[in-house]
Design a protein around this ligand. Structure first.
Ligand SMILES: N[C@@H](CCC(=O)N[C@@H](CS)C(=O)NCC(=O)O)C(=O)O
Length: 243
């Protein structure tokens, strides 16, 4: 049995991290049997990050490696896609995970009015009296990383300007179907939709959250993706997905 080690649910999302939501959705789409184990502490994990799957004594880290493992087991998330679409799908996944993700992190960790709410949700296991001290260090390291990456140097207004063409690209694809590549969810949806959902679910009020929450096309897409991928597929459904 596959065990997914994932962050716990947060802010109405099935997991605090969009990468964990991606792994959950891929597992559900695969039709394989799996169970979840929640953790808020990735320090014992191979790269000190989640998600990870456990198979007996083996640990597979990184949602992309988890996808590859599920594909080795017979899942085909992009069965109906042409080679050209698969190439575009790969670029969309990178856009989600190497760009949209950092907007999501900055929205939660970088904005002084939002951070205390996020901190108390993520780090509730740390006694309140120590929480500020311990988490200030973690927050500082996170924000230093985003400063080096570059996005952390931008104001929320500048960040919104930077993400806008990505949101437009997603919207353009959605003119052609319910999901990014037609009427069935594919691997790209399991990466893009959790990022957008995470932005919309972030507590408080931010420019980015408002941008997503007021966009009817994106909101309907997030809801559709959650409906389609939140529940495990029966074998019959997964066979047709993987056919
Ligand atoms: N490339 C990895 C990214 C996973 C990732 O960044 N996980 C974050 C949460 S969203 C994490 O566990 N961070 C812990 C840390 O950096 O200390 C994947 O696709 O699984």
């Amino acid at each position: 049995m596959i065990t997914l080690i994932t962050y716990a649910p947060a802010f109405g999302q099935t997991a605090a991290s969009p990468f964990c939501v991606k792994a959950i959705w891929l597992l559900n789409m695969s039709g394989l049997e799996w169970q979840r184990e929640d953790s808020m502490d990735p320090r014992q994990m191979p790269k000190q990050k989640l998600p990870v799957i456990r198979l007996g004594s083996d640990l597979i880290h990184d949602s992309d490696n988890i996808r590859a493992y599920l594909e080795q087991q017979g899942a085909d998330f992009d069965a109906d896609l042409s080679d050209m679409e698969k190439a575009t799908s790969r670029a969309f996944i990178r856009m989600a995970e190497e760009h949209l993700y950092f907007h999501c992190v900055l929205q939660r960790w970088g904005e002084d009015t939002i951070w205390p709410i996020v901190r108390d949700q993520y780090f509730s296991a740390i006694p309140k009296i120590l929480r500020g001290l311990v988490t200030n260090k973690i927050r500082k390291t996170c924000l230093q990383g985003l400063y080096s990456q570059g996005l952390g140097r931008l104001t929320p207004e500048e960040r919104l300007q930077k993400i806008e063409p990505d949101l437009q690209a997603i919207t353009t694809r959605l003119w052609h179907g319910k999901f990014l590549f037609g009427d069935l969810p594919t691997a790209a949806d399991a990466s893009i939709a959790p990022m957008l959902a995470g932005m919309r679910a972030t507590p408080g009020k931010t420019l980015l959250k408002t941008r997503i929450a007021e966009d009817e096309i994106l909101c309907r897409y997030i809801d559709r993706a959650e409906d389609a991928m939140s529940a495990p597929r029966t074998n019959a459904a997964s066979v047709s997905l993987c056919a």
